[in-house]
Each structure stands twice: as C-alpha cells, then as structure tokens.
Design a protein around this ligand. Sequence first.
Ligand code: GRF
Length: 205
Amino acid sequence: MTGVKRNVAVLISGRGTNLRALIDSTTQDADHPARIALVLSNRAEAEGLEIAKAAGIETAVIPSKGKERAEFDAILDTVLRAKDIDYICLAGFMRLLTHGFVQAWYGRMINIHPSLLPAFKGTDVHARVIESGTRFTGCSVHFVSPEVDAGPIILQAVVPVPQEATAESIAAAVLEQEHALYPQALRLLAEGRLVIEGQRVRVTG
Ligand code: GRF
C-alpha cells in the first residue's frame, strides 16, 4: 500500500448490497485510497450489519426511534469524529439528516439514489418511473445537500425501461448498475478528484 488511506463510514438502514459493493471494491485493491472504517446503522436489525461484521469491519448502531433529529445527528457526528472519519457514504440510509449536520459534512458525504436525478427524487421511485412512460431510468451518486436528493451529481448510469418492465425488474436492473457506480464515485472522492462548482461537479485528473 502506498500512502495513508482515507477513512470512510457507510451509513445503512437495511440489506446493504451497496455496502457490500463498496467493501469489495476497497478491499480487492491494496492501493485503494479509502478503507471502510465503520458501518453505522440507525436500525439494529439492518441486514447490512452482518455483511460488515463478516468482513471484519467495525459496526455501530444508533437507534433513531424516539430520538429528535438534532439529538440523533449530534451522537452520529460525535461517533464519526471519534473514529477519524474523512468521508460518509449513505447507502440505503432511511433517515433524514438535519441541515446543520449536512452542512458540517458538505463535500465529504455522498449518497446513491435509484433514478436519473433530478428526475424521480424521493421514495417509491421505480413504480413512478413506469407510470411516467419514460424510456430510460438509472442511478445517480451525488453529494448530499440540505434538500433531499438534490445535491451536485457526481456520476450516473442509464438503464433502459423496456415495454414489459415491472417495478421489480427495473429495481433489479438499476441495482446492478448501482453496485458498479458507487465504488467508482467513492474512488474519485477519496482520490480528491471531485471539485464542486455550484450545482456541478468537475472530475479532475
Ligand atoms: C438502493 O436502491 C439505493 O439506491 C437506495 O436504497 C437502496 C439501498 O439498497 N438509496 P441496499 O441496502 O444497498 O441493498
């Protein structure tokens, strides 16, 4: 390994297939600029925690139920700083973050969303894609900004929507692209090659 690796925290709430893709990509290359140092969930039942444990990665659970957003985010921030985290990847993290937290981590926190943003923000994306009649969908990795699913876009991948598509078939096709796209975006981020210029992201080098 050459150089010091950047510490990444992956925040999850559920099954963790994107987490797995991020773990695989960072561990398969000894020279990768990042290491997943912590996997954190707001739900103790998140299946992704087992993926992290099996890979020997430290996990943490901060139960969000019954907590005010500000209280949750303050604990989260303390845990991340105590672990010397440089970057945050949201991977199916189903909890809204406060503006203060997002601003404190702006430029160092990214998310993956299963649509071609800025179209189809929010949840229940694939059913709305089909209803809309659009011929193409996909996924986007973006910097997290205070407005949900609206931050500067880093990378996107396109997936066609065939006539016979169902929400399930589109979800599967998009997920496959997500697993390739998210690791690419994390690598660019950890290499320090992403420059935010307003709403646009310039990839350098
Ligand atoms: C993915 O579809 C991602 O785009 C969205 O939540 C889902 C997480 O899936 N933000 P997984 O937990 O990574 O399998």
